[in-house]
Design a protein around this ligand. Structure first.
Ligand code: ARG
Length: 278
């Protein structure tokens, strides 16, 4: 743990070492379209995707994270978006059950990894895309629905972990996973894009997080919110300039990385990162 004192009046932020799972994008490409960011007509550069991903990987190692790797599988180009592979807390891995057939084989592949790593794996009964739609904030789970994870998976996850689950409805197809519209900064703070949610969800978010950072449309449009924080260091899209400024103002340490190639698949920093919590 590192304690840091920001220059402004913002509170001191505490970095906690993270353990994460990632998947090198050796087979990344865009050959189908399951979100508005994907266009199979546009060329992709797998080597560039790998080198950009390597920068993210090194950034995590430099931050002292424990980074585990799952072997990429040929024919599963979206496997790099490890966040969707499951949801892991209390040593229990709730497996993913993907919405689209193109990604369905990823569910068992990730579950095999969890099992071999010693996690207690729970087979999913309902469609859910793991940490793409489930975000732990303190002791509470924020759960997205509308495009991917089915709302009955929210009940399932609540009964598995015995924690409060807050259902949030996503309304903009460009922000189809919860982690494209909300960034978890630490146990009490988040950042989010207001226009990605319906009114009922905004009421919940405003009540739970009155001091949240509100992201700009510009920053959200480069998947700026799709970021990963250790409580002090926040790895974000380097193009998300206003988010970077707001993070700094509040005493966080934003670290920009460029994942432009993986943006062609509709994913960013957080999508490439699955947190493992024992
Ligand atoms: N092409 C992938 C899909 O549409 C991108 C997943 C991004 N992952 C995320 N956690 N938001 O499923």
């Amino acid at each position: 743990m590192t304690l840091t004192t920001p220059s402004s009046s913002a509170p001191a932020r505490i970095a906690t070492k993270r353990t994460v799972l990632m998947c090198r994008p050796n087979y990344f490409t865009v050959v189908y379209r399951i979100n508005p960011w994907m266009d199979p007509q546009l060329p992709t550069d797998t080597a560039l995707a790998v080198s950009q991903w390597e920068v993210l990987y090194r950034t995590y190692l430099d931050l002292g994270f424990d980074v585990h790797l799952i072997d990429p599988i040929q024919g599963l180009p979206d496997m790099v978006y490890a966040a969707n592979g499951g949801f892991v807390i209390d040593n229990i891995a709730y497996g993913a059950s993907f919405t689209y057939p193109e990604r369905q084989p990823e569910g068992p592949a990730y579950m095999d990894w969890f099992r071999e790593a010693g996690f207690d794996v729970r087979l999913p009964e309902n469609v859910n895309e793991g940490e793409g739609d489930f975000l732990l904030v303190g002791n509470r789970i924020l759960a997205g629905t509308g495009f991917r994870s089915a709302s009955n998976s929210h009940e399932e996850i609540a009964s598995i972990y015995n924690r409060e689950v807050v259902t949030l409805n996503l309304v903009n197809p460009s922000f189809y996973h919860l982690d494209t519209a909300i960034a978890v900064l630490d146990d009490t703070n988040i950042a989010y894009l207001e226009s990605a949610f319906d009114e009922e969800s905004l009421v919940k978010l405003r009540a739970l997080f009155p001091d949240a950072i509100l992201a700009t449309e510009e920053d959200a449009a480069v998947l700026g919110l799709n970021s990963y924080s250790d409580g002090y260091n926040v790895v974000i899209a380097s193009r998300a300039k206003d988010f970077e400024r707001q993070l700094r103002e509040r005493g966080y340490n934003p670290i920009g990385v460029d994942l432009s190639e993986l943006l062609l698949g509709g994913g960013g920093v957080k999508c490439c990162t699955l947190e493992l919590r024992r």
